[in-house]
Ligand binder design. Structure first.
Ligand code: ZN
Length: 438
């Protein structure tokens, strides 16, 4: 796109196409043609196209404008280790073991810090304003990573708002001393309690202990549940039950929930009803799920039959707050990805089929913006309204199909009303950490 933002920061983005869902009509799938007035880093007015004063107008000619993105589920501590530690077979277990190896060998503070900063520069350049990351907590990693995260949150304040969840395996959650040690470290960092469990005989106990610890310390919860193709994976249901039984009042988010899509209709309905009743929000990770789920190379060549994603449309229809997010980037859990909120929206639409009914498709623009912002409780709300910061992403595309058909690499990112440098960092910067030249 070839437009110039005035240096004084006072202008009108004229003839912008903005989803009504990101303005004041959350359920709408329509695009509205509006003029957006910006002054001193703030959206000061939104008016029907052609009605704002023309002297400072930048004519977008119907180009779509979205709020800067919110990424509810990432792993900044794992990002970009792929060149030194690949997934041997592309499976979830392969990823788990590869990351364990790399974490034990390499995750000193300087290593985590440089990869985290690299990832944040990618996200910022793509137009992301807020990120929740999960951080591996397998002792002694919790002693290292929280310090790095706190420094990074400070360094990036004003550009990318950061939250973090301490990611524990089921055995750690079941160990009262380890659970308390990690929760106690998360508390002063403003952290969230997280974990991962799927098929496990102790899921009810795991969830009960986690919810009770979060309640005791006043922490929110964000778990990886049922990242598995096994219908017996019931962590999501156990989580919802623990929240209902304890009366937990903090925010609770569940990621993945893949097994819901392979359970019987009756079981799925029962689980969705409980999730809605418990007030648990669900974040789907469509790119990572399509990469890891339904992959099995043990018996030779095989093509996947399932996209791996949860029943996101049904959860939304049941009133469950939902979002989509990026998840891993260039690590054994996902070999690709670049923390690009637009890529998440585009791939989410394709993988989760929320492009139809077409008339409703733009309602999903909130799934990488206002909805995850509300789920996480970010200060940044990802809406385009008078009084909101002018944190906007401008596209040349005018319609859904124009938007979804290209990577939109020429987008313009405005932060506080001014265009930022959208140049992406060079992978060569990380070569020395990878222990090899490519
Ligand atoms: Zn994850």
């Amino acid at each position: 796109m070839a437009i110039t933002i005035p240096a004084d920061g006072h202008y009108v983005l004229a003839n912008a196409s903005v989803p009504e869902s990101v303005m004041d009509n959350a359920a709408s799938g329509a695009l509205a043609r509006v003029d957006i007035t910006v002054a001193d880093g703030i959206v000061t007015a939104i008016s029907p196209a052609g009605t704002a004063p023309a002297s400072t107008a930048i004519d977008l000619d119907g180009g779509i404008v979205l709020p800067a993105f919110v990424d509810l589920h990432t792993h900044l501590d794992k990002g970009h280790i792929w060149p030194r530690k690949q997934n041997p077979d592309g499976t979830w277990l392969g990823a788990l073991m590869a990351v364990l190896d790399d974490r034990s060998a390499n995750w000193a503070a300087a290593d985590v810090e440089r990869r985290m900063d690299f990832s944040l520069r990618c996200a910022y350049a793509h137009g992301t304003a807020a990120i929740r990351t999960h951080l591996d907590m397998a002792p002694p990693q919790h002693e290292i990573t929280w310090d790095v995260f706190e420094a990074m949150r400070e360094r990036w304040a004003g550009r990318v708002e950061l939250q973090a969840a301490g990611l524990m395996g089921p055995d750690t959650i079941l160990d009262p001393a380890a659970l308390r040690a990690i929760a106690t470290r998360a508390k002063p960092a403003g952290g969230i309690l997280g974990g991962s469990t799927a098929v496990h005989p102790e899921n009810r106990t795991i969830m009960r202990r986690l919810v009770e610890m979060a309640g005791e310390l006043g922490l929110d919860i964000d778990l990886h549940t049922d990242e598995s193709p096994d219908p017996a994976a019931n962590a999501l249901e156990s989580l919802a039950e623990a929240v209902i039984e304890t009366g937990f009042t903090g925010k609770v988010t569940a990621g993945h929930c893949c097994s819901l899509a392979v359970q019987s209709d009756g079981v799925a309905k029962r689980v969705i009803d409980k999730v809605a009743r418990a007030g648990v929000a669900v974040v789907s990770l469509p790119m990572c799920n399509m990469y890891l789920q339904d992959r099995d190379n043990t018996s030779g060549i095989r093509t996947p039959r399932w996209r791996g994603v949860t029943l996101l449309n049904e959860l939304k229809a049941a009133g469950v707050p939902v979002a989509i997010a990026s998840d891993n980037t260039r690590d054994p859990f996902y070999a690709y990805g670049d923390l690009d909120g637009f890529e998440v929206l585009r791939e989410g639409a394709r993988i989760l089929h929320f492009d139809h009914p077409q008339a409703d498709a733009f309602a999903w623009a909130r799934a990488v913006g206002a909805d995850p912002a509300a789920i996480a409780g970010f200060g940044y709300t990802a809406t385009i309204t008078a009084g909101a910061p002018a944190d906007l992403v401008l596209f040349g595309a005018r319609t859904w199909t124009e938007l979804m058909s290209r990577p939109q690499s020429d987008r313009i990112v405005l932060r506080s009303g001014m265009a930022i440098d959208t140049t992406l960092p060079d992978y060569r910067e990380l070569d020395d950490l990878m222990g090899q030249r490519l």
